[in-house]
Write a protein that binds this ligand. Structure first.
Ligand code: AHR
Length: 534
């Protein structure tokens, strides 16, 4: 062999060794962890209310304007001003309810400015101090709901409004009688009364909603509960509108006192006022002001955020225990109507617009929270992720005519079969994923049976480095096979962008059958939903 040939062979050999070492470092050959999981379909739990998959759309940044409303003259394809691409994407999520118009915005919203042909331009002092065109008002919101097939969760203005203003808004929206307000509604394009499924009586009244003490809020809330009536004839009895009082925003003494005050009063409430829900707000933020990046972060921040998000369970337990004292029959729902990851604003964006990216970490965060809600389905019967489009932990991002579905969107879509399904117990040893001093459950799982009796299982693998080999056994059914979808990504901070919209997208997965047991290998940092064939 010539010297030249020997040299070439040596170069190739060295390149091969380097390549092998680099591959080994990038993807360590770690064996999948075995997890035994038992599903008992003979023991039915509570119904997982479809409303826990609710959304929140506030007049904030590009949440409404550009995200939903582009106006009838826009080049972006729209139906009566509402963008068609967003509607099509949201329809697939079967969004059960949308909370609107805020948030902090709700306590400064005066509904009359958002109806009719002449709309004043006002200000949005809470969110960037920008102008509010009032182009998207009551009729546009109800049209949007009709287009996506969802129910209205309207937040009335307790902070800077009056019971009279709110009660007239409800009369305007809901009465079938020929009142002056109903005639005005007809002139504005809707003769039939609207259905309002849920009514929020104020928002964060302990803070941006008016800085009230619990007792002060309680007396205000009673006025609104008494006088803000839904007149829709179809909703007078069993389909009546559910009223949600402002509840806690954390777990400290201030918040337990708030829950105590409202629930103690509820225990002795009379015919003249009532509530059906107590709201709770809990963002995953670690420390205030939000400083964690929404993209371009390492495994350490992944672990810190997920540790923080799991505190949701403790918070629900704490406030549920107080509610149980005064409402043992669980008539009042705990409504987690603001939740999700809240990170530092994207560089270059208006900080008042709460713009952030949405990564694989957020997909895991969403699954963990939805599983917590499902495990507390007897009390948590409604929740609203913040927020629907372009704000905080959004489902959808838009930029002019472009649109991208986020990893969180895919989780909500994969969870559709759990809407109104019956919770069934799953037992498993979660194991531990460690990062420094942070210990997290390595896997999480829930199971449910839908109305047709089909069993659905969700498995979240929190561990970003190790796959998990899930061995499932069943009581109550003879499982033959299982298949579904799994969502994972190259990195914990992988995101979908307008140029690369499918970096994080679900793909099919199926289980193997061995001795009547199903074995399913789930990738590191993944969310998987399968249905079982019997
Ligand atoms: O979702 C953003 C804001 O967070 C809401 O307007 C407010 O209710 C909460 O503080």
């Amino acid at each position: 062999m010539s010297n030249k040939a020997k040299k070439t062979r040596w170069v190739y050999l060295r390149a091969f060794v380097y390549f092998f070492l680099a591959m080994a470092a990038a993807a360590p050959l770690v064996a999948a962890q075995k997890v035994e999981l038992s599903v008992d379909t003979s023991k039915a739990g509570a119904k997982i209310d479809r409303n826990i998959f609710g959304q929140f759309a506030e007049h904030l940044g590009h949440g409404i304007y550009e995200g939903i409303w582009v106006g009838t003259d826009s080049k972006i394809p729209n139906t009566r001003g509402i963008r068609n691409d967003v509607v099509a994407a949201l329809k697939a999520l079967k969004v059960p309810n949308v909370r609107w118009p805020g948030g902090c915005f709700a306590d400064e919203y005066h509904w009359r400015k958002g109806i009719g042909a002449q709309r004043p331009v006002t200000l949005n002092p809470n969110w960037g101090g920008v102008t509010e065109p009032n182009a998207f008002g009551t009729h546009e919101f109800m049209d949007f709901l009709e287009q996506i097939g969802s129910d209205a969760y309207v937040s009335i203005n307790v902070g800077s409004g009056t019971p009279q203003e709110a009660s007239e808004w409800l009369e305007y929206m809901t009465t079938a009688q020929p009142t002056t307000l109903a005639k005005e509604r007809a002139v504005n394009g809707h003769a039939a009364p609207y259905r309002i499924g849920y009514l929020g009586i104020g928002n964060e009244s302990w803070d941006c909603g008016g800085n009230m003490t619990p007792d002060y809020y309680l007396s205000q809330m009673k006025f609104y509960s008494r006088f803000v009536r839904n007149f829709n004839p179809e909703q007078q009895e069993k389909n009546r509108m559910l009223k949600v009082a402002v509840g806690p925003g954390g777990g400290g003494a201030r918040w337990t006192e708030w829950t105590e005050t409202i629930m103690k009063a509820y225990q002795h409430h009379t015919w003249s006022w009532d509530i059906d829900g107590l709201s709770m707000h809990n963002y995953t933020v670690v420390k205030w002001p939000p400083a964690f990046k929404s993209v371009g972060f390492e495994e350490r921040e992944y672990a810190q955020i997920l540790k923080s998000t799991l505190e949701m369970e403790e918070l629900i337990d704490k406030h549920s225990a107080i509610m149980d004292k005064y409402d043992p029959q669980k008539k009042v729902a705990l409504v987690v109507d603001e939740w999700g990851g809240w990170y530092a604003p994207m560089p270059g964006s208006n900080p008042g617009f709460l713009v952030q990216q949405n990564s694989m970490r957020d997909a895991i965060l969403a699954a963990l929270n939805l599983n917590i809600f499902a495990r507390h389905a007897d009390r948590v019967r409604m929740a609203n992720i913040a927020q629907m489009i372009n704000v905080l932990q959004a489902m959808i991002l838009t930029d002019k005519e472009k649109m991208a579905m986020t990893p969180t969107y895919h989780v909500f879509k994969m969870y559709v079969p759990f809407q109104d399904a019956t919770f069934v117990p799953v037992t498993f040893d979660a194991g531990t994923y460690k990062n420094g001093e942070i210990n997290l459950p390595r896997v999480d799982a829930i199971a449910a049976t839908d109305k047709t009796g089909k069993v659905w299982i969700e498995v979240t693998n929190v561990d970003p480095n190790q796959a998990a080999e899930i061995e499932m056994s069943f009581a109550g059914i003879a499982a033959k096979s299982a298949a579904g979808e799994t969502l994972t990504a190259p990195k914990v901070d992988s995101v979908n962008t307008f140029d690369a919209p499918t970096t994080v997208a679900p793909k099919p997965i199926s289980a193997r059958v061995q001795n009547r047991k199903l074995t399913l290998k789930v990738e590191p940092k993944s969310v998987t939903v399968i249905s079982v064939e019997q």
